[in-house]
Design a protein around this ligand. Structure first.
Ligand SMILES: Nc1nc2c(ncn2[C@@H]2O[C@H](COP(=O)(O)OP(=O)(O)OP(=O)(O)O)[C@@H](O)[C@H]2O)c(=O)[nH]1
Ligand SMILES: [Mg+2]
Length: 322
């Protein structure tokens, strides 16, 4: 069925593909809004994607993620590749503020039609950025960006989810990162394909490297034969950025061997479907349990005739009948 909303979406995709940044922006606004608007976009763009490569840039606040991302944009543009940047703040329900600062820092590229920069917030999105981020990436993929850079703030659960949207995840730290008791060290190992010690112009880069090396020695990283390399950069002046891009390319080549990239992507899509199913089941279960009346599940649980597990089975049985 091709609804008029869908046709409009197709027109937007065509305009975005032809290079109209405003059309790309409108598609992403619909994704950000969530609900039916997002679903229509999702249906249209899904079949069109699959050729973009996504690089996540994550790490604690102020580590230099935006500056580094801006430098990576420059390095990719020097090769004449088009590139899209999504800056995502899982901690903030609103765009603006710190993220607006990111835009300013990446302004060097704002007049380049080969570069698209956008910040996203959770605003109203059911399930938050865990759903919005992969959808936004698929939009950018569908409209023809071969590179998508995804900047996410923080080192926590939300950012861990978002990092699962990326093919290669770069974790940006600074000299002295190991002193921060808040840093979830185990979490870093789980998500990092490449470590970057940025602000290597400051003292303590050697200690930071040694900390990371011993952490890698002690732990097991995700890809058994890919040990995350540790690079040093000075993003503010561009040092080490070319080496970082080469490292991303090496990781990409490694993933592309033996069908690893395809199987990781398909695994991520399955996790995404599972999350959508879980979310919808939860909504429907909520509706079933909201029903009142003498014989309702709710009443029977209230009166201790049913325990929670048996009641959950009854809810599932009821949903299966719908
Ligand atoms: N000395 C030094 N300063 C840097 C370097 N890279 C970035 N900075 C500075 O560090 C500050 C933070 O940089 P950002 O790029 O905004 O860091 P961020 O990680 O994006 O910050 P949030 O998005 O707010 O979490 C800015 O003042 C940068 O100029 C570096 O390599 N060396
Ligand atoms: Mg930033």
């Amino acid at each position: 069925v091709s609804t008029s909303a869908q046709r409009t979406t197709e027109e937007l995709v065509a305009a975005a593909h032809a290079g109209q940044a405003a059309a790309t922006g409108r598609l992403l606004s619909r994704v950000e809004r969530g609900g039916e608007a997002c679903r229509v976009v999702a249906r249209v763009v899904f079949a069109l994607g699959g050729s973009a490569y996504t690089v996540g840039v994550t790490g604690p606040p102020g580590a230099g993620k935006s500056t580094l991302t801006g430098r990576l944009v420059g390095a990719l543009r020097a090769r004449d590749d088009r590139v899209a940047v999504l800056a995502i703040d899982p901690t903030s329900p609103y765009s603006g503020g710190a993220i607006l600062g990111d835009r300013v820092r990446m302004l060097d590229h704002s007049h380049d039609p080969g570069v698209f920069i956008r910040s996203m917030a959770t605003r109203g999105h059911l399930g938050g950025l865990a759903f919005a981020a992969p959808e936004a990436v698929r939009v950018l993929d569908a409209v023809g960006f071969p590179w998508i850079l995804l900047e996410t703030v923080g080192v926590g659960q939300a950012e861990l989810d978002v990092s699962r949207t990326a093919d290669t995840t770069v974790v940006v730290l600074n000299p002295g990162w190991g002193d921060d008791v808040q840093t979830a060290k185990a979490g870093l190992l789980e998500i990092a394909d490449i470590f970057v010690i940025n602000k290597a112009d400051r003292p303590g880069a050697d200690e930071a490297r040694a900390d990371l090396e011993s952490m890698l020695d002690a732990g097991s990283w995700p890809g058994a034969d890919w040990r995350p390399p540790i690079l040093e950069t000075v993003a503010s002046c561009g040092n080490g950025v070319e080496a970082l891009l080469e490292s991303v390319e090496r990781h990409r080549a490694w993933l592309s061997r033996d069908g690893r990239l395809a199987s990781e992507r398909s695994g991520r899509l399955c996790r995404e479907i599972e999350s959508i199913v879980a979310l919808r089941l939860q909504e429907q279960a909520h509706e079933v349990l909201a029903r009142s009346g003498a014989e309702s599940l709710r009443t029977r649980v209230e009166e201790r005739q049913l325990d929670t597990w048996t009641a959950a089975d009854a809810v599932l049985a009821e949903l299966a009948r719908l």
